[in-house]
Ligand binder design. Sequence first.
Ligand code: ATP
Ligand code: MG
Length: 416
Amino acid sequence: MSGKIQRVRGTRDLLPEDSLLFRFVEESAYEKSLLYGFGEIETPIFEFSDVFHRTLGETSDVVNKETYDFTDRGGESLTLRPEGTAGVARAFISEGMSQNLPLKFYYSGPMFRYERPQKGRYRQFYQLGAECLGYDSPLADVECISLAWDLLQKIGISNDCTLEINTLGDSESRAAYRDALVQYFTAHQDQLSADSKMRLEKNPLRILDSKDEGDKKLNINAPKLEQYLNETSQTFFKKVLAGIERLGIPYKVNSHLVRGLDYYCHTVFEFTTAKLGAQGTVLAGGRYDGLIETMGGPRTPGVGWAAGIDRLADLTPRELAVKSEVLIAVIGADDLGEDESVKVAHEVRSRGLKVENILSGKMGKKMQKANKLGAHYALILGSSEVQGQQVTVKNFGSGEQTTISRSELATFKFSI
Ligand code: ATP
Ligand code: MG
């Protein structure tokens, strides 16, 4: 690096106007999660590399190309978390929580993936998510989707989003389907991308998720999972769909939806939008009954989802996030007034009101600044007000100006 210090590619600075939206999204999600009985969990930002490498599967894009792996000064192989579920599962096992099932967790925080940066795709990005552990019932899947839908409604973007859903079936159905895929893709092996040739051996299902144009063409005529679903898998999927219908959540079955990670079974779903260009998936999830066992824990069913906060915030209408609240400017008209202004500002703030103490410029400039900030009131303090234990209140809306005593100020009604 030379010259000016720069931001690392793929990272962003969240300025106050961005943070306002992020916080609104996170607070909305947190609030809704509590209503559904999901408690907040915060796992470390880095874990032993195995936590991710073992669970996400060595053929997934995330593990192959996207993780930030490093060796720390003690020689440990560590990885910055690329997603939240593996960390939650690790915590579940290492904290010995299996006696307390069912358990429901909410989380939010930064994730790290070495990806090609573009709009809506960053190397440090933010996710919030929900995980429900211990329920075999398809209604747990429905509850998770219901929580996601409530969140999208609360932040004003549900009309821009479509729920796409599919089933991967249970392990028996998947094994049968896998065989059919291997047969099909082996017959067309010469047309597969290099990545997919590798997937063919390790995890042929993943080929269906490929973004390579040649693979996509082959995928059109690939066998469909529907034909290989056993009775159990079909019943499970029907129950999920019926539950979603009962809640009135619009959805589309998308038989191409497979999701990138190894540990999914039965339900997979995504909420997508046409409003964010290529980066159209805002929330994605599914059932992962095999995950905890893969990590060395007891067999524990699970279902959950994660949403990209960067993308949700991009869609959220700003006016929903901005609280309409009264803004009061404090203006010291001379030295004595300025000195007293901090005390007056403090008194009014202690009532829970928002106060901007304007600290520079002459009287006229200060009034202009107050106007520019959109203040509804100005509290003006000059020597005469200070000496008389008074303050002048100007209402910018009506133009009215009155001088009141400082004791009256304590209960003065400021309204917009
Ligand atoms: P994509 O197909 O966009 O790469 P993914 O399948 O890798 O998505 P998940 O691992 O399911 O994504 O993550 C859940 C959500 O997190 C995504 O739907 C998206 O909203 C968000 N997300 C994932 N990667 C990024 C990123 N690099 N930058 C911003 N948001 C991201
Ligand atoms: Mg990705």
